[in-house]
Design a protein around this ligand. Sequence first.
Ligand code: HEC
Length: 183
Amino acid sequence: MKAKVFIAGMGTSLFLAGLAGLVVAWSGIVSVSAIGESGTLDRLLGYASSQSIHRHAGTQTNPFATDPEAVRTGLHHYKENCIACHAASGIDKAEFAQGLNPPPPKLTAPSIRDATDGELFWVIANGIRSTGMPAFAPTHSEEEIWKIVTFVRHLRELSADEIEQLKPANEGDESHHHDQSGH
Ligand code: HEC
């Protein structure tokens, strides 16, 4: 009898908690503005996200880890698809990327260094829903994604020549645009 009352109590509590969640969602009380510090909900979602990546990622190691050609190919993909958000040493992220929340992390951060090959591959292939991080599997082959992983691992040891290659081709155009628009 006691167990039954307990289970009924638990059921009611869970139901009420779910209902409270729905009421909060319905009320619109939680702001979706990208401006401001992250709160408890953001931290919870961030935690859920990294747990999910950890769980879904494969255990493969990068077949192109030590391939110098992969660094060169990866550089071109990085310049075209990643640098605007993730920057690189000597190259700032784009203005729009400064307004992203959650912010795109620097890919030289220890948390990225400590990620497994499988985790990096999974994130780049699948992206992270409801953040700025796009999925690249729809537009890139597995081989290309592995080469991007190779380059991400190489970001901490860029040569002067590689930094030059990563800079926007048309520096003149860029400054022209900025002069004209006044910012
Ligand atoms: C439009 C902006 C944008 C572009 C372009 C972009 N990213 Fe991201 N990326 C993000 C954001 C935002 C996050 C943080 C998401 C979060 O905090 O959950 C992120 C997170 C990541 C992470 C970290 C995941 C983790 O475990 O914390 C990696 C690795 C990554 N991106 C790699 C790349 C690579 C490689 C490319 C290019 C192929 C790329 N990103 C392109 C915005 C972008």
